[in-house]
Ligand binder design. Structure first.
Ligand code: PLP
Length: 561
């Protein structure tokens, strides 16, 4: 009898263990189905492979014919390149001189310089088309370099510049005047903070606010709060999404350590919803609505533009529906839904992505433009999620500080920004925003098509990306032609153009003319010479082969024999 009971108990325990293992296996399978097939969806593999990529660069001849172009095309490219190089040397002389001098001691400049174009071409291009990283003034939608050249600004200052530089100059000045009596006193607050809090609550539709110094810190705090209140460990981010440079939200290339408590899931995917429905360790889901423009792909940068595979397309309805489904699953599973609106907040609509897509989040992070031109990060959230201590467990707290949080000058510039959002002028600005920018994108595309140029833009409101329509290894050269035409881009080049909303039709027409002129010049110089036998896939294949050869035979300069 006793023996039978023991056997039964063992069978029971075995059965339970088997059931648990099967469930764990099922959850693992769900997780692997929910990973995007690209390397961006596999952070660990991406990091390991990145460590294997060898450095090599093209010599002078290869620089002009790495795609096997015939001699006459290579000669046209060379002539065009030399013309551009001479133009840079004269027109941007002082700006280039200052940049070169500063770069020796500014690590950030060294990094951005090195990664403007694919590394195989970078050394040769950098030596002859050096970076000109200084400007001395801004005015309207333009910036002026140290040589007095005025450029239409398409950098948008990383997205900060929504209302135009002149607005922020005034916001900073007016704000500074209002808090001058207090000065840089930290700890106690200047009274105008109360108005900021009231306006942020109204705009976000959420109960409480916390102030930080950058978007990265706001995201860190949102995730920390979600973990504290759910008592769960993991955050979910979607493939390709940027949420600042903190380790847990940057699990792939760029972070020397693996992020053990991060799941990177496929955007717009049923499989990802199933992971959220079945795992018990997920504290929060982070959404960067900018991904709607290029779901599952990282921020487009010309440093990776070795072919023409870059794609972007924005479908507001489809992405909005996806967010609604995500909202429903998060509510059902008590997962905190965080909208990271550091980039898109106040750019798409006055009420940000929540209003634009008509979906409410539990926590929202803001930054960039909200500081009225000064550094900022903000978290708005439900009061139960924002609380940093437990009334019944006094030692169980969720710590967050930051010396410069709520700096009076930042709060004052923010106040000017938020007050402006409540003016009829700002309301008018947001009313026709998408129509204005969609029409402008269409207008530019029509011009490019009419000239039979293999370039097109895709846009999400005022955030644009340049796509290339015929397979080519040389699209990254376009950034230099655009600069020569007086268009200023950020270091990611043509991957991201950001317009401020004060662009008039006349300003925009000037940008279109210059953009088309740049594309024509690049075309005439032979960079888009098309070999009908070449497809994006074959370019990728050829580059992979080069990398393997350089890895295996570095002493032979990457030659197979
Ligand atoms: C969506 C998003 N989150 C967070 C950040 C990080 O903000 P910051 O650069 O102010 O730290 C950025 C910056 O580009 C961003 O675009």
């Amino acid at each position: 009898m006793e023996w039978a009971t023991t056997t039964l108990a063992l069978y029971g325990m075995g059965g339970a263990a088997l059931a648990t293992s099967l469930m764990t296996l099922r959850r693992r399978l769900h997780l692997s189905h929910a990973k995007h097939a690209s390397l961006a969806g596999h952070a660990r593999i991406a990091r390991r492979l990145a460590a294997l990529v060898p450095f090599y660069e093209y010599d002078e001849a290869q620089f002009f014919n790495s795609d096997g172009a015939p001699a006459d095309i290579a000669a046209r490219r060379r002539a065009g390149f030399e013309r551009l190089s001479a133009l840079y040397a004269t027109r941007f002389a002082e700006t280039i001189r200052c940049s070169a001098e500063a770069a020796a001691s500014i690590s950030d400049l060294q990094f951005t310089d090195a990664y403007r174009v694919p590394f195989q071409y970078s050394g040769y291009a950098r030596a002859r088309l050096p970076s000109a990283a200084f400007v001395q003034s801004s005015d309207g939608v333009t910036v002026t370099d140290l040589d007095g050249n005025r450029f239409y600004d398409l950098t948008g200052s990383y997205g900060v510049n929504v209302l135009g530089y002149d607005f922020y100059k005034e916001a900073i000045e007016r704000g500074a005047a209002r808090v001058r009596a207090l000065g840089p006193v930290l700890g106690p607050y200047h009274p105008l903070i109360a108005e900021n809090v009231a306006m942020l609550k109204e705009i976000s539709g959420l109960d409480e606010v916390s102030f930080h110094m950058s978007g990265t810190e706001a995201v860190m705090q949102a995730v920390r709060l979600a973990r504290y209140h759910t008592r769960r460990t993991h955050l979910v981010r979607f493939c390709g999404a940027y949420h600042g440079w903190w380790g847990d939200v940057q699990p792939g290339i760029g972070n020397p350590l693996p992020a053990h408590e991060t799941y990177t899931l496929r955007d717009l995917s049923e499989d990802s919803l199933r992971v959220l429905q079945t795992r018990r360790d997920i504290a929060c889901v982070l959404v960067n609505p900018l991904q709607a423009l290029h779901p599952n792909a990282g921020a487009p940068s010309d440093s990776a533009l070795l072919d023409s595979a870059r794609r972007a397309h924005f479908d507001k309805v489809a992405y909005g529906n996806w967010l609604k489904r995500l909202r429903a699953v998060c509510t059902e599973q008590n997962i905190v839904l965080v909208f990271d609106e550091v980039f898109v907040g106040f750019r798409l609509a006055r009420g940000g992505a929540q209003e634009y897509f008509d979906v409410r989040a539990d926590l929202v992070t803001y930054g960039k433009t909200l500081g009225g031109g000064l550094p900022i990060g903000v978290v708005c959230g439900r009061c139960d999620l924002m609380k940093r201590f437990r009334s019944d467990r006094p030692a169980d707290i969720c710590f967050a500080r930051g010396t410069f949080n709520s700096h009076p000058y930042v709060m004052a510039a923010m106040n000017e920004f938020l007050r402006h959002l409540h003016t009829p002028q700002a309301e008018g600005l947001y009313r026709d925003l998408d129509r204005t920018w969609n029409e402008r994108a269409q207008r530019l595309n029509q011009r490019l098509r009419a000239e039979a140029l293999p370039v097109a833009v895709a846009n999400m409101s005022s955030i644009w990306t340049v796509c290339y329509e015929q397979p080519s290894r040389y699209n990254w050269m376009f950034q230099y032609y655009l600069r020569a035409e007086g268009l200023a881009l950020s270091w990611v080049g043509t991957g991201r153009l950001i317009f401020s909303l004060n662009y008039t039709n006349a300003d925009f027409d000037a940008v279109v003319d210059r953009f088309v002129a740049a594309a024509k010049a690049m075309e005439q110089d032979g960079w888009w010479w098309g070999n009908p036998a070449v497809a994006n896939r074959s370019i990728k294949g050829a580059i992979l082969k080069e990398m393997i050869a350089h890895r295996l035979f570095p002493e032979r300069g990457g030659n197979w024999r």
